[in-house]
Design a protein. Structure first.
Length: 283
């Protein structure tokens, strides 16, 4: 009797899981359908009608599979053609180029925009999105206050977390400096080394600086990464200063290992110093 009760309960649980899975698949299918072009939606609608007709008239499963595979192939081809068209249009539009862009500063901003776009394209496996981000980032760098930092970072955690980084920082005034950061806080077990790019809305590199010895308020860094050999991470940067509170975003790619799972999260305080001024353009 007890065994039958357990079997019945297990059957109910399995039925519940299957029902939830069907709902999830239906939601995913509906969302995917809505993202398709009208041409691809028509292919799916026509194919569904054809398959229902074939089923009602006793067609073989092999024949039905051939119709479905043909439709999937056509949808994939249309989507690919659309992506190529979108990329071509973006490239034709190009990134705005003027006399200021001919200076090292202008060209550097274009290069940085392209670099950020390539990272986003890599993260998302979406080249169209990567090109759009490259354009928007370059436009932002031409119009808004910013700092962009590119460098190397190493960190380790086992409850307590520590990290160190060294990098080049370019700001919206045209200053180019070498900086370093030391961070500590808490994090899940991991060890990694990565290259990174950090973009903030602070106007100069000086706004990133904070020294523990001077009692300055440090930046706060929170984020995480997937690190099963290849480490891919993101951090949000909170930067309080005397002139205002700024924020930033950091993307990283490198090598690492999460222990015991290939992922980690962390929250750190970070102190930044400037080691060398390579180009001084303003305060």
């Amino acid at each position: 009797m007890e065994r039958q009760s357990i079997k019945a309960k297990s059957a109910q649980q399995i039925a519940g899981i299957a029902n939830n899975l069907n709902k999830d698949l239906a939601t995913i299918g509906k969302s995917t359908y809505e993202m398709l072009s009208a041409r691809n939606q028509k292919i799916i609608d026509d194919t569904s009608t054809t398959v229902r007709y074939m089923q009602q008239n006793g067609a073989s499963q092999a024949a039905i599979d051939r119709v479905i595979r043909g439709a999937c192939t056509q949808v994939a081809k249309n989507a690919s053609d659309s992506a190529v068209s979108d990329i071509t249009q973006i490239v034709k539009n190009g990134i705005s180029y003027n006399e200021e862009d001919a200076t090292w500063f202008g060209l550097t901003k274009i290069a940085l925009g392209s670099y950020v776009g390539s990272l986003v394209g890599f993260f998302t496996m979406d080249p169209v999105l990567g090109l759009q981000v490259a354009q928007n980032t370059t436009k932002y760098l031409n119009e808004q206050p910013f700092t962009v930092s590119i460098g190397l970072n190493a960190d380790a955690a086992a409850g307590l977390s520590g990290a160190g980084s060294r990098y080049l920082t370019l700001d919206s005034l045209g200053n180019l400096v070498v900086q370093h950061s030391l961070s500590y806080g808490g994090g899940t077990p991991n060890i990694s080394g990565a290259g990174f790019v950090m973009i903030t809305n602070a106007p100069t590199y000086k706004d990133l600086q904070a020294y523990a010895s001077n009692g300055d308020v440090p930046s706060l860094v929170s984020g995480g990464s997937f690190s099963g050999g290849l480490a891919i991470g993101y951090d949000y940067n909170y930067i309080p200063t005397d002139t205002g509170v700024y924020s930033g975003h950091t993307f990283s790619v490198g090598v690492g290992a999460g222990i015991p799972i290939p992922a980690e999260i962390h929250s750190l305080v970070s102190y930044t110093g400037t080691d060398e001024i390579l180009i001084k353009a303003g305060d």
